[in-house]
Every structure is written in structure tokens, then in C-alpha cells.
Write a protein that binds this ligand. Structure first.
Ligand code: NAD
Length: 463
């Protein structure tokens, strides 16, 4: 762990499992309450000078991005071993994290003059909040850490970051690398179980919680923030729909639809979780998706040419297996996949399901894994209503050669992002957030940066 600029051993340790084998391959430090207090105290103390010089902060964040790039290879090995993703995807996550940090360093939140006349001069400025508790999930440990660190630091805050207990090692290493180019205490990285997250969200030093994870935990975080009125941003789950329009060409759209759902083995908050397709195109699309699912190379992240790894952890593997079994028990047909691979580790066949609709768990709930239901529709208004009939609202996509018509339909999604002929086209300059239970607030762009600040009006009486 990194606390106050120093490498620190844990008060104990816990095992980290390689999901490609199902075996513990390393131990991660377990942060005690006293060590968390030290990390919080270090962050608070470091904030006093860190908040003073914006140009220095921009330079330091760019330096952190560069430092990260010099560790792409070794960090990718750690990430792939604990998360399961192919080495190439792990290396991509690291270069994306660096790209995000560098792009964030150039964001601006200018002062705005609100009044400038004989009676008064009034301006509004953005001030840092103080110590940020950053809590991340196991699907993109580094990228999601970068989404929090860049804007939190640029705004003048200091950070204590905690990864998921399923994927602690890469974030601890990221913490070391980033902290090595920053003043001591500006970034502290700790690891432990879910309890550690709860200690952080109720810690008196914390003024802002930046959380990415599941809906139930997000609600617990909001409740924990309430007694102290801590600010929070919540990026939670999704059940994104893709709607294919009746003029779509299946051969043109099937690849984007497939990878919009299966990238990172479907373990992505804003991935496609259900497809609505006109009855006329249903069979053709199912066959195209199934052919692609059957052709994908699944294996350990270290195997050459592998496109998808295992499911990241045993509870998630059991959940996906249970959701697919439930669908099959209720009349669904697996056009491809449908069961685990016969090998060690948490490998599940890329699965395309038909004969399934609302009322079945895999359609109504977030599966967060390599299984995709394809649902036929007759009437477009009905499809839009069904797409929106969920507590989630992260994103949605519409697929058609008629971009204007598709954009009109996409605008009807109750969601933070509406894509046309794409899904998951996330960028550092696009605000990302969810409607309804998918989240509170946004990350990225000046809007995400603003969430790490509070406004102050400075009013000068000239009379
Ligand atoms: P999770 O909610 O179980 O855990 C997320 C993090 O919260 C972990 O670090 C965990 O240790 C911590 N935590 C657990 N209990 C806590 C508590 N009481 N207080 C504070 N922290 C606590 O989620 P997960 O299973 O790791 O991740 C999968 C979920 O994350 C999915 O629902 C997915 O959609 C969501 N997700 C959302 C986004 C987004 O940007 N919207 C991105 C990635 C993942």
C-alpha cells in the first residue's frame, strides 16, 4: 500500500485468485483502521499545499500519465493475472488510463464574472472539496481509477483510493507509480475487504466519495454519506438496450452489436445487455451473432491470440451460470454457448439466447457476463417502451443507416448516453453517467471535473 508517500505492508493479508485457474496466486495487504486513519491524515495534510498551484497539478498529472506508460508491460501482467483479461486488453487499459489522465490535465474550470459594474464585482470560482475517497470495482480497475484520480487531483483534492478485493494488485501498483511523481500524501492507495470501503465512506476526513460499483453498494454509499453530508458521485450498474431498426443491414451491424455486448467478457457497466430486433431480421441477426460467438477465442489472458478471458470471480461466474440456466429452464434457446467450458477457472461460453423476453431474470437484471438475450419486436414504440421499462439508465443504442431517424429514436432512451450505430464510445471529453438507479452525477469532461469542486461566490462591494 502507499500511505503518505511510503510503501507500507498491511496489518494482515488476503489471497488474490487468478480467475483462469481458480487458484490463489498472490497475497494483498489488508489495511487496518489505524492505517486508514494514517492515509486519511496524510491526504488531509498534503491538501494544504496541493490546492495552491493549479499549473503544478497539471504538470504532475501529465507526469503521472507518462510514468504509467513506462510500466505498461509489467502492469499489464499484474492486471491480466488478477482480472483475467487478455494481456493485450490489459495493456490497452493501461494506455487508455494514461490517455485519460493526460486529457484530464488539460481541462479548465474558469472563473466566471457574474457582475462588473459601479456597485459590485462578483465572480464565481470552483474550490476543491478536500479528501476524496475513491472506490472502484473489478472490471476495469485501472481505467476507472484514472477516471477518479485525474479530475480529483486537478481540482486540488487529495485522494485515498481503494480497489475491489478481487483485483487489488494492479491498483496498488498504480498507486505507487502515481505517488512516485507527486508530493507525499496526495495519493494514497490501500486495499482490504468491503469493510474497508464502508470505513472510508463514513470516515470524518472524507469530503467527497467517488464510487463505481453495483446498485446495492451505491445505495449503501449514499446512506453512509448522509450523516456527514459528504458529496458523492455514483457510477452504478446498467441494463443497456440496443434497438435495431427495420432498415438495418444485419451484416453491417452485427459486429458492433456483438462487441458492444461481449467486450471485457460482458463485464462492463455500459455494455449492451439486451438487443431488440424487428421480427423480420431476428433469425438472421441471431445466426450472425451466434456464428461470431462460436468463433471467439476464449482462454487465459496469457494465451496467444485469446480474445476473451474468464469471468473475473467465482460469485460472478455462478451468477452468470444461474441466469443462463434460469433462462433455458424457462424456454430460452442457446443459439450459441449456454454453459461453462470444461476446464479449470471461471470460463463460460459466449452465449446468445433467443426465445426469451421481459419477465425472465436475464432480461430484467444486469447479467454482467458473456450472455446476451436477443428479443424480437413488432412495433418500434413498444420496443422503446420495453427498453426504458427498467430501473437502470446508463446508455442505449439504435442501429440503422438512417442516422437522423436513429438519433430521434435514441433521444427517447431514459439514459445518460444515447448512441447511434455504436455503443461504449466513451471519451475523456464526454460526460458519462446514469439516469435512475444507474448513478448520481457524471464523470469525465468539465462536468465530471466540476463534481470534485464546490462553488464559491466572491463578491466585492464597490459602493
Ligand atoms: P460492488 O458494488 O460489489 O463493489 C464495488 C466496490 O465497492 C469494491 O471496491 C467493494 O469492495 C466496495 N464496497 C463493497 N461494499 C461497500 C460498502 N458497504 N461501502 C463502500 N464500499 C463498498 O461492485 P463490483 O461487483 O465490484 O462491480 C460490478 C458492478 O459495478 C456492476 O453492477 C457494474 O455495472 C458496476 N460498474 C459500473 C460502472 C459505471 O461507471 N457506471 C463501471 C464499472 C462497473
Amino acid at each position: 500500500m502507499t500511505i503518505g508517500g511510503k510503501s507500507v505492508a498491511g496489518a494482515g493479508g488476503f489471497g488474490v485468485v487468478n480467475p483462469a485457474t481458480g487458484q490463489v496466486f498472490a497475497e494483498a495487504p489488508d489495511c487496518s483502521r489505524e492505517q486508514l486513519d494514517q492515509a486519511m491524515a496524510a491526504a488531509k495534510a498534503a491538501g494544504v499545499s496541493w490546492r495552491k498551484d493549479e499549473d503544478a497539478r497539471r504538470g504532475a498529472i501529465k507526469q503521472a500519465a507518462d510514468a504509467l506508460l513506462t510500466h505498461t508491460e509489467d502492469l499489464a501482467e499484474v492486471l491480466s493475472a488478477e482480472q483475467g483479461k487478455p494481456l493485450k486488453a490489459a495493456a490497452y487499459e493501461i494506455t487508455e488510463t494514461a490517455r485519460w489522465l493526460a486529457a484530464t490535465a488539460d481541462l479548465e474550470l474558469p472563473r466566471t464574472v457574474l457582475q462588473d459594474d459601479a456597485s459590485a464585482y462578483a465572480e464565481v470560482v470552483h474550490r476543491p472539496l478536500g479528501v476524496v475517497a475513491a472506490i472502484t470495482p473489478w472490471n476495469f480497475p485501472l481505467l476507472l481509477a484514472g477516471w477518479k484520480l485525474g479530475p480529483a487531483l486537478l481540482a486540488g483534492n487529495t485522494v485515498v483510493i481503494k480497489p475491489s478485493p478481487f483485483t487489488p494488485l494492479s491498483t496498488l501498483r498504480l498507486g505507487e507509480i502515481v505517488a512516485s511523481v507527486l508530493p507525499p500524501g496526495v495519493v494514497n492507495a490501500v486495499s482490504g475487504g468491503d469493510d474497508l470501503g464502508a470505513w472510508m465512506t463514513s470516515h470524518p476526513a472524507v469530503r467527497k466519495i467517488s464510487f463505481t460499483g453495483s446498485v446495492p453498494t451505491g445505495k449503501a454509499v449514499a446512506a453512509a454519506a448522509a450523516p456527514d453530508l459528504k458529496r458523492y458521485t455514483l457510477e452504478l450498474g446498467g441494463n443497456d438496450a440496443a434497438i435495431v431498426l427495420d432498415d438495418a443491414d444485419v451484416a453491417t451491424v452485427e459486429r458492433g452489436l456483438f462487441w458492444g455486448a461481449f467486450i471485457n467478457n460482458g463485464q462492463i457497466c455500459a455494455g449492451i445487455k439486451r438487443i431488440y430486433v424487428p421480427e423480420r431480421l431476428h433469425d438472421e441477426l441471431v445466426e450472425a451473432l451466434a456464428a461470431r460467438a462460436r468463433s471467439v477465442r476464449v482462454g487465459a489472458g496469457t494465451e496467444k491470440g485469446v480474445q476473451l478471458g474468464p469471468i473475473q470471480n467465482l460469485p460472478q461466474f455462478e451468477r452468470v451460470r444461474g441466469l443462463v440456466a434460469d433462462a433455458l429452464d424457462n424456454g430460452a434457446v442457446a443459439a450459441a454457448g449456454g454453459k461453462p467450458f470444461d476446464r479449470d477457472g471461471y470460463f463460460f461460453e459466449p452465449t446468445i439466447l433467443t426465445g426469451v423476453a421481459e419477465g425472465t431474470r436475464i432480461v430484467d437484471e444486469e447479467q454482467f457476463g458473456p450472455a446476451l438475450p436477443v428479443i424480437p419486436y413488432r412495433d418500434l414504440d413498444d420496443a422503446v417502451e420495453r427498453a426504458n421499462n427498467t430501473d437502470y439508465g446508463l446508455s442505449g443504442s439504435v442501429w440503422s443507416p438512417d442516422l437522423d431517424r436513429a438519433a430521434e429514436v435514441a433521444a427517447r432512451f431514459d439514459s445518460g448516453t444515447a448512441f447511434v450505430n455504436d455503443h461504449l464510445a466513451l471519451q475523456p471529453y464526454l460526460p458519462f453517467g446514469g439516469s435512475k438507479w444507474s448513478g448520481v452525477g457524471v464523470e469525465n469532461g468539465p462536468w465530471g471535473l466540476a463534481e470534485f469542486t464546490e462553488l464559491q461566490v466572491i463578491y466585492r462591494n464597490r459602493k
